[in-house]
Design a protein around this ligand. Structure first.
Ligand code: BGC
Length: 253
């Protein structure tokens, strides 16, 4: 019986590198996800080695189908241009070339929040949404993804907006809530300041909030008052892998 090969999505994060083949007809993982630790010194070569192990693990399910890789960095033309919460050695690295040579398969590289947003627009909370959708991920940093009428406008990096003289993610990310032991109410006040500012700049039609903490959305989303509807992401931590696989399989090569 012929095997259906699925594109592979891989999410490179600060603590773990996760991957799964994605069934794009369903918007779901086709196999259980594999997570390996991010190497302590997370240089491009060390990370490429782990990415190769994940690709090898799923060789049967993915064949020579394309691979989509997300990372917490600005990515233009496959090159990482920033490194907010990862090893600075990534800046200037042609990640697409490094990984496609290492893996021998076509690789698409995308910012992690952009990948999550693409996952949400095709299969999650923003499915079929028109107009301007902002998908915002709250984690170690604050990621952002802008999609207009279904088309991704990459690398918006709204987590680094300067608000009250500070980098926004240093005031309002989910890790700041943990580190400072903020109550939901205290954190919501910081989020309110952040999202109102973003809203005044961009007037999105819909805001989707992702990242691990979106599992507890009922604790803080009802405390926010914005013009646009603000809803929890639906794919949560699978969104990036699913979105990356979608982008890899729809890339113009
Ligand atoms: C980075 C973004 C990333 C976000 C979430 C920010 O610090 O600048 O590129 O999307 O964190 O990981």
């Amino acid at each position: 019986m012929p095997t259906t090969h699925h594109p592979l999505g891989i999410d490179i994060g600060g603590s773990g590198i996760k991957g799964a083949p994605v069934d794009l007809a369903k918007g779901q993982f086709a196999r259980d996800r594999l997570r390996l630790d991010t190497p302590k010194v997370s240089t491009p070569d060390a990370v490429a080695e782990i990415v190769a192990q994940i690709a090898e693990h799923f060789a049967d399910a993915t064949g020579d189908s394309p691979i989509g890789v997300t990372m917490p960095a600005v990515v233009t033309n496959g090159v990482a241009r920033s490194a907010a919460n990862i090893d600075p050695a990534w800046v200037g690295t042609d990640v697409r070339r490094l990984l496609s040579e290492r893996l021998g398969r076509p690789v698409t590289v995308v910012n992690d929040a952009d990948a999550a947003g693409v996952g949400e627009i095709h299969f999650g909370a923003a499915r079929n949404a028109g107009g301007l959708v902002l998908v915002s991920t709250l984690g170690t940093g604050i990621g952002s993804c802008l999609i207009y009428d279904g088309v991704l406008v990459p690398n918006s990096e709204l987590g680094h907006l300067e608000i009250d003289g500070r980098d926004a993610e240093q005031r309002a990310s989910s890790s700041v809530r943990d580190d400072k032991n903020l109550s939901w109410q205290e954190w919501a006040e910081r989020l309110q300041r952040y999202y109102s500012h973003v809203e005044d700049l961009l007037w999105p039609d819909l805001i989707v909030v992702g990242g691990g903490v979106s599992r507890k959305a009922e604790k803080f989303l009802p405390l926010l008052h914005l013009r646009a509807p603000i809803v929890a992401a639906q794919l949560q931590n699978s969104a990036g892998i699913i979105g990356a696989a979608w982008l890899a399989s729809n890339a113009n090569r």
